[in-house]
Design a binder for this molecule. Structure first.
Ligand code: IMP
Ligand code: MG
Length: 176
């Protein structure tokens, strides 16, 4: 285990098994729909890579990078890297590392519908339900986790720990 990690919350084995389960379910639900998976950079990369190994139907993929910022009252997302693939009339599956307040996904969903998507759903490795501030219910969830700051399998703290093959809680001493 990495020296800055206090506790492993979700093991690598559990993540890999969950990706198999989610992949099988999505492949069944989207048979003949040729969905496009849209990963939100950078946190979704390891999850996307593992998930699509378990997708047995034809699919496409693309990535988007958005950053959330809270202005006065309303929080908004800014597009840092936009899609390269047209999504008009397509079945879109957003791939996220975690849904926390829900604000990022809510905005991204609006954006994707504005680009003409036929249907937008989300698969998220983690769901921190307790922290939800807007009404968002992820369609496919890997693991529901308690209200703690987690890292690994794509999730970072100051851009570190994305490479860890498990989801862990960092030691307070590692938080600057
Ligand atoms: P939301 O808009 O509040 O749902 O935030 C989602 C984004 O916040 C995720 O894509 C992550 O990048 C980040 N985030 C939320 N909770 C955590 C965490 O525990 N560790 C690392 N990043 C997190
Ligand atoms: Mg993110």
């Amino acid at each position: 285990m990495h020296k800055d990690i206090d506790k492993i919350l979700v093991s690598e084995e559990d993540i890999l098994n969950k990706c198999e389960e989610l992949g099988a379910q999505i492949s069944k639900d989207y048979e003949d729909k040729q969905p496009i998976f849209i990963g939100l950079l950078k946190g979704s990369v390891p999850f996307m890579a593992e998930l699509i190994k378990n997708i047995s139907i034809d699919m496409e993929m693309d990535f988007m990078d958005v950053s959330s910022y809270s202005g006065t009252e309303q929080s908004d997302v800014r597009i840092i890297k936009d899609l390269e693939t047209p999504i008009r009339d397509k079945y879109v599956i957003v791939v996220e590392d975690i849904v926390d307040t829900g604000k990022t996904y809510l905005k991204v969903k609006e954006l994707l519908y504005a680009k003409g998507a036929k249907d937008v759903k989300i698969v998220s490795l983690l769901d921190k339900k307790e922290r939800r501030e807007v009404e968002v219910v992820p369609d496919y969830i890997g693991f529901e986790i308690p209200n703690a700051f987690v890292v690994g399998f794509g999730l970072d703290y100051n851009e570190k720990y994305r490479n860890l093959p498990y989801i862990g809680i960092i030691k307070p001493s590692a938080i600057v």
